[in-house]
Design a protein around this ligand. Structure first.
Ligand code: SF4
Length: 66
């Protein structure tokens, strides 16, 4: 799966880092670091994080049926 975060849109709410800490991590107060190709084992966490982002900054591309 592929993850893209629109950092121009991201407001550093850290919902994603809270819900999927293996994929998203806050660096300092507002900067977000993330894995662009997390393991499929992270899928549920990542999808939950994407859904929880208040500004819909997280785009997730999954391959195959869900
Ligand atoms: S939840 Fe959304 S706004 Fe918050 S840090 Fe993650 S990507 Fe940025």
């Amino acid at each position: 799966m592929r993850v893209v975060v629109d950092l121009a849109r991201c407001q550093g709410y850290a919902q994603c880092a809270f819900l999927a800490p293996d994929t998203f991590r806050m660096q300092g107060e507002e900067a977000l670091a993330f894995h662009s190709s997390p393991d499929d084992a992270q899928r549920d966490q990542v999808l939950r994080a994407a859904a929880a982002c208040p500004v819909q900054a997280i785009l997730v591309e999954t391959s195959g049926p869900s």
